[in-house]
Design a protein around this ligand. Structure first.
Ligand code: ZN
Ligand code: ZN
Length: 365
């Protein structure tokens, strides 16, 4: 964690335009820099020290999770940002960099009012940039989160019964991940029968049932005990294997295969995207691929790099990404295949291990 805070200090020195402190507000960023997993707390990083501003509920947890990090436990009744201002004043901050994408306007106003002479300097994504490249410990946790998700899915798939509602299946899958050792779902799982799968971010309902249509889309992931996540999507055919399904599935699988083979250090996200799009375009389906190809993940389910909206990001060893092309036809449904990959110095390693060939989509009976 010390190494991570030093990396942030380096950014502060190089890009901070003279700021002598950085206020870290994002919960995931505070966790990344300190190991502390509670919330309602922020971190002030100064050139030679750091202070977590928290409250009495967390005194003991802070001592356990980030021994050695200085803490300001604010008295009962002191609002968080009043505490921040008190510490900033005490430490003589004159120019404060802060995470402009994570602080509310109201909290920012409290700081401005209480620190009238301190310059404030908005920053974007300093810690998120560091989080893009995972270290060995993080990769172990991500591999574990993938394994938990795969175990639960394999169990769910083996026990599928026609007539189960999407919601019941989602509940089973979540419980399965917890049983396997996860602290929970990485995000609310998407289980979508037939036409519902045309909505990339569908919420499972209590009316649609397995067997109402020929197939089911499952997009799920686990949060491992250390807070790191996984993110996968698989299709399950529960009815007739139609020509339409086969044609689209194979096109999506081909696009994913092409994209994965294009991934290596030095390539940009845009170049990898383009490979997937070109492949779907050959199949006449590019216009139905309506979202980005993938995203980083780790302590959060969506992290930098965002393959769709950050086409210029250059891939580096240590980044993990989802690769998830999809084709969505309103009224019919959607097909997405999503796997997790690690960029290595040689190229790419696929971290997920569930089969994804066409035959593997057939529900076991
Ligand atoms: Zn997903
Ligand atoms: Zn995803």
């Amino acid at each position: 964690m010390n190494r991570r805070r030093d990396a942030l200090r380096k950014i502060l020195r190089e890009e901070g335009q003279g700021a002598n402190g950085m206020l870290v507000v994002s919960v995931a960023n505070v966790t990344y820099l300190t190991g502390f997993t509670g919330d309602s707390s922020v971190l002030l990083v100064l050139p030679d020290r750091e202070v977590v501003i928290s409250d009495g509920r967390y005194t003991e947890q802070l001592a356990r999770e980030c021994a050695g990090v200085e803490c300001h436990i604010r008295p009962v009744g002191q609002p968080l940002y009043v505490g921040v201002a008190e510490v900033a004043n005490r430490l003589g901050l004159t120019s404060l960099a802060f995470e402009s994408a994570s602080i509310s306007v109201a909290d920012f106003q409290v700081l401005k009012d209480l620190l009238p002479t301190v310059e404030t300097q908005p920053t974007r994504s300093w810690v998120e940039r560091l989080r893009m490249v995972k270290d060995a410990g993080e990769l172990d946790q991500i591999r574990h989160a993938i394994q938990l998700a795969e175990t639960a899915f394999t169990e769910l798939r083996a026990g599928l019964k026609l007539g189960q509602t999407e919601k019941a299946l989602a509940d089973d899958l979540e419980f399965g991940m917890r049983r396997a050792g996860a602290s929970g779902s990485a995000f609310p799982p998407i289980l979508a029968v037939g036409a519902n799968a045309a909505l990339p971010h569908y919420r499972p309902g209590a009316t649609a049932r397995l067997g109402d249509a020929d197939f089911l889309l499952v997009d799920w992931g686990a949060t491992g005990p250390g807070g790191y996540r996984s993110d996968l999507t698989r299709m399950v055919v529960t009815g007739k294997f139609t020509d339409q399904f086969t044609r689209i599935y194979n096109a999506v699988l081909e696009a994913q295969t092409q994209a994965i083979s294009a991934i290596c250090p030095g390539r940009t996200a845009g170049e990898v995207n383009a490979r997937a799009r070109a492949s779907l375009s050959d199949a006449g389906l590019a216009e139905y691929f309506t979202h980005g190809l993938g995203h980083g993940f780790g302590l959060e389910i969506h992290e930098m790099p965002f393959m769709g909206r950050e086409p210029d990001v250059r891939l580096e060893p240590g980044m993990v990404l989802t690769v998830e092309p999809g084709v969505y036809l309103p009224g019919w449904g959607g097909i997405r295949i999503e796997d997790d990959v690690l960029i290595t110095s040689e190229g790419v390693e696929v971290l997920t291990s569930l089969p994804r060939d066409l035959a593997s989509t057939l529900r076991p009976v």
